[in-house]
Design a protein around this ligand. Structure first.
Ligand SMILES: Cc1cc2nc3c(=O)[nH]c(=O)nc-3n(C[C@H](O)[C@H](O)[C@H](O)COP(=O)(O)OP(=O)(O)OC[C@H]3O[C@@H](n4cnc5c(N)ncnc54)[C@H](O)[C@@H]3O)c2cc1C
Length: 297
């Protein structure tokens, strides 16, 4: 399905496809889903507040308040971490403003011993995200970020992580970037994903290998066994709603954490851009959801 068609889809239609991919429209629903994943299946979660680029101070304040409330409710739940996006914290205004907001959140989370990960958005955010990350890493050592293997620049960016003992989620990236700056073939992106992950582990980082591709999950597991990597160096991550429990169980049986990205919204309107992006990135999603709805998955 073409991106422009997806953008024209009415909200109710996108919402129809959302059910397996979003935990609900409140903080409580997000935490409840994470608790159930942990209690019933031993699966970890990273919670994410859905919403796209915010463009006013009022919205930024609201986002910060939601993240602080989330921290109060997540405190003590070691199976939950939290992810968030720089664009939700005032990047429309200035770098300094993002820093100030971010420090407020990081202080609050650090006091409560909750790990935070700075998600990576489209290529226009890469410089800002990495700059913020490295400037704050020393003061907040449990702080994590993301690299996207499809971008040509990433082969240089990963060198910045050398000996930083960073926590890095590695993924191919969900944004469709142009061929001038990024690979266009998904198989090549995943080959790079594995190579970059290996480099990062061998240079002291904790890697969160994020893909749903079973071939590459098995390849990474085999590589981990060959190299003798442990659960202190590597974990596996997937998005909520992708039905690959079989392979996830194998990864866990081999001593690695599996963590799901569990998005929640505070209202459905703010969830729509994320869902449309997921649909554009994987049009087969519509097919899977229909299969689910008829109970044949
Ligand atoms: C935990 C996590 C965090 C992420 N954070 C970021 C981030 O910060 N920035 C960013 O740009 N990207 C992020 N991503 C997105 C990531 O790059 C996408 O998952 C990616 O675009 C999908 O690629 P893939 O590696 O799964 O390969 P694909 O080739 O897209 O998928 C592999 C296979 O998985 C199955 N599959 C994939 N999606 C679905 C689905 N929706 N329903 C059913 N089956 C499916 C299909 O069988 C497909 O063939 C994150 C992903 C995860 C898992």
């Amino acid at each position: 399905m073409k991106t422009w068609i997806i953008n024209l889809l009415p909200g109710f239609f996108v919402k129809l496809f959302a059910k397996p991919y979003v935990s609900g429209d409140s903080i409580e629903k997000g935490i409840d889903r994470a608790d159930r994943l942990w209690n019933e299946e031993g699966i970890y979660s990273t919670l994410d507040l859905l919403g796209e680029e915010v463009t006013s101070r009022e919205e930024v304040e609201l986002t910060i308040a939601t993240y602080l409330e989330l921290a109060d409710k997540v405190q003590g739940k070691k199976h939950i971490t939290v992810s968030y996006k720089p664009s939700s914290l005032g990047s429309h205004e200035s770098e300094e403003y993002v820093f100030t907001n971010l420090k407020k959140i990081l202080d609050y989370y650090t006091e409560r011993e909750i790990e935070l990960t700075l998600d990576m958005e489209d290529y226009t955010f890469t410089d800002l995200t990495l700059k913020i990350y490295f400037e704050l890493l020393e003061d907040y050592p449990s702080y994590g970020t993301v690299i996207q293997s499809r971008l040509f620049r990433t082969k240089d960016d990963i060198a910045l992580f050398q000996d930083k003992k960073a926590r890095v989620r590695t993924c191919i990236g969900i944004y469709n970037e142009s061929k001038e700056i990024a690979l266009t073939d998904k198989y090549e992106m995943k080959q790079q994903l594995t190579q970059f992950s290996q480099y990062l582990i061998e240079n002291g980082s904790y890697v969160e290998y994020a893909t749903h591709d079973e071939e590459f999950l098995i390849k990474m597991l085999d590589l981990a066994k060959e190299k003798g990597w442990t659960g202190d160096q590597l974990e596996f991550q997937q998005l909520l709603g992708v039905p690959i429990r079989g392979i996830q169980k194998i990864l866990m049986e081999n001593g690695f954490k599996v963590r799901l990205y569990v998005p929640f919204a505070v209202n459905w309107q703010s969830a729509l851009p994320y869902l449309k992006r997921r649909l554009a990135n994987n049009p087969k999603m519509a097919f899977y959801v229909i299969k689910h709805m008829f109970g044949r998955a």
